[in-house]
Design a protein around this ligand. Structure first.
Ligand code: GLY
Length: 599
């Protein structure tokens, strides 16, 4: 492995970032805990998009729970306060560093397709159906993996019973949380869909209207569901009355009779739910600048795609480049690795996925050969062949990147013993399928729309077509970075396929460009996914860098907001730093157990 001089990770925040000064409060309806994007201290750290959720995790750490316990409590609280991004109706990927064994392990809690699914799941008369008809439907609902993920994580590494860890979230659902502008805006964006499902509109449009900013939002049905899972275990979601309700809802979505929307049923069965299992495959690992970067293996494309891009970038000293050349290299590495992801990555239980080869430095070097300092590549770019890498060679036909929604949520936790969790979870679109399970208080996912509805290009093999029991390809990239076998950094983000570029940009911003973690997260983002144009946030769109990149052939379009990352970092003095967004999605929430010694 090529190893240029290892870099010292930059430490604390630059001016402008707020720093936590107070201890986390237990969850309550009012006032919510203060939301700050960076916190430094001892005893462990939590970073999530939501202050009530981070506080739930901190409360667990403070009472002696470990990072896995806190991650489950935080995730459960996110199911209450971020119900349009994640919840027990969805799935996700859990990456864990175990301080005792010094190992990184993962849980694949991805949703699965019904046993009857075929490659034509989203086709009619041989043609793909409109995306919206897959999204707002029973057809797009996969078997939820989130409750089983919590069980797998707690069975393997937890120290607290699920019932205890669900209590803060249950209380939050029962007593309510304070509605903020992001929650109202996300509800507004879904209003038309939500109105078509009485159970959804009753819950999320209280009194028939959008929730008012500053009001208290309660979800007693979800509180009761959490209480039932606490009493009976997460198996209660996979067999018994809750499972029966899920199956009934998917097979005959409870639509308002006045709705004009075509809502397709799904073919999920009780047997599909009973058969669900998480997977414990090995993480991806690559070496980068003397660090070991671990992430999620397929069925997520996160680990292989971020890993390949880092391997491509490792041959260049990104820290020594101009900002323009850094962005150029970052965009090109993203473009190339997305071309390879599209051709080679799908669910390894159903497809022959060359995970090891995609992560080889030899393959990365063969692909890096395509990058020129003064001329941008054009997309769609054809993939390379990881099993037969040859410099600058491509294989087969180029295919565009298929659509993925831009939602999801990520949380990052570290504890006093040095255990770390990086966990990304989702219900796919913002608002998922828009279908609430009546009287249960949670939305069902539309994760199966992460499958390609049809081959990405005619005649090009597509490893991401639906199949029986198959997991749709994800972009989730929960990442943990080790130095000399100990965690120094963990990051992740929501954002559909932009997750990959967000994690890549955050890692290179921090490791190579010397940005403190909170500033690497806040930096304006670009996202290239083997598409003709690269998306730019306003901070880059409105900067002179755009013209400089256009002069070497890049094309751009605007995206107002890409991703919503969180991370933790271990400082050399043993303190933990938690970092979150300064403004995206209304800003994130970083907390530590003992916020002492802040700069
Ligand atoms: N649904 C978003 C992802 O899996 O990447």
């Amino acid at each position: 492995m090529h190893r240029p001089a290892a870099r010292t990770l930059p430490l604390l925040a630059l001016a402008g970032a707020l720093v936590a000064t107070g201890a986390a409060a237990p969850p309550s309806a009012a006032p919510p805990p203060a939301k700050v994007p960076v916190a430094v201290g001892y005893g462990g750290a939590v970073a999530s998009v939501d202050a009530d959720a981070s506080a739930a995790g901190i409360a667990v750490l403070r009472s002696g729970g470990n990072a896995v316990d806190a991650a489950v409590a935080t995730a459960a609280a996110l199911g209450v306060t971020e119900p349009y991004s994640a919840g027990i109706g969805g799935g996700g990927y859990f990456v864990h560093y175990d301080a005792a064994s010094r190992r990184v392990q993962t849980i694949d809690g991805r949703e699965t397709a019904p046993a009857t699914a075929t490659a034509g799941l989203f086709q009619e008369n041989g043609l793909p159906i409109p995306f919206e008809e897959g999204q707002t439907s029973g057809l797009g609902v996969g078997v939820p993996g989130t409750p089983a993920t919590w069980k797998s994580a707690l069975d393997a590494w937890g120290t607290r019973p699920l019932r205890e860890l669900l209590e803060p979230a249950e209380k939050l659902a029962r007593k309510g949380f304070t509605v903020d502008a992001t929650f109202r805006a996300q509800t507004a964006a879904n209003e038309a869909r939500f109105r078509d499902f009485p159970a959804t509109s009753k819950l999320f449009l209280p009194g028939g209207a959008l929730p008012v900013v500053g009001s208290t939002f309660k979800n007693p049905d979800l509180a009761a569901t959490y209480a039932e899972l606490g009493r009976k275990g997460t198996g209660a979601l996979y067999r018994g009355p809750i499972a029966e309700d899920i199956v009934r809802t998917v097979r005959k979505p409870p639509v308002d009779p006045a709705a004009t929307r075509k809502v397709r049923p799904g073919d999920l069965t009780a047997a599909d739910l009973r058969a669900y299992e998480t997977k414990r495959q090995a993480p991806t690992r690559i070496g980068y600048r003397g660090l070991d970067v671990y992430s999620m293996a397929p069925s997520s494309s996160g680990g292989t795609t971020v890993g390949e891009a880092l391997n491509i970038l490792e041959r260049t000293d990104l820290g020594a480049l101009s900002e323009t050349q850094y962005l150029h290299r970052f965009i090109e590495a993203s473009r190339i690795s997305f071309a390879d992801r599209g051709r080679w990555v799908g669910d390894p239980a159903a497809e022959d996925v060359p995970t090891r080869e995609l992560l080889s430095q030899r393959f990365a070097d063969a692909r890096a050969c395509l990058i020129s300092p003064d001329r941008a590549l054009t997309s769609p770019l054809a993939p390379g062949d990881p099993r037969n890498p040859a410099p600058c060679a491509t294989t087969g036909q180029a295919a565009p990147t298929t659509y993925e929604g831009e939602n999801t949520t990520h949380l990052t936790v570290a504890d006093r013993w040095g255990n770390v969790v990086s966990y990304t979870l989702t219900i796919e679109s913002t608002g998922g399928s828009a279908i609430t399970v009546p009287r249960r208080g949670f939305l069902l996912n539309n994760e199966l729309t992460d499958f390609s509805f049809a081959p990405a290009a005619p005649g090009v093999p597509d490893p991401n077509l639906p199949g029986p029991g198959k997991r749709p390809r994800s972009s989730m990239s929960p990442t943990i970075v080790l130095e000399d076998g100990r965690p120094v950094l963990a990051v992740g983000s929501p954002g559909g396929a932009t997750i990959i570029t967000t994690v890549l940009q955050t890692l290179t911003g921090h490791v190579d460009r010397g940005l403190p973690l909170v500033d690497a997260i806040a930096a304006p983002r670009a996202s290239q996914r083997n598409q003709t144009t690269t998306e730019l946030e306003p901070g880059l769109w409105n900067s002179p860098l755009r013209a400089e990149l256009e002069a070497i052939g890049h094309g751009f379009r605007q995206n107002p907001e890409i991703g919503a990352a969180t991370g933790v970092q271990r400082l050399p003095d043993g303190r933990w730093l938690a970092a979150a967004e300064t403004s995206r999605r209304g800003g994130g929430s970083a907390m530590v157990v003992h916020p002492r010694g802040t700069p």
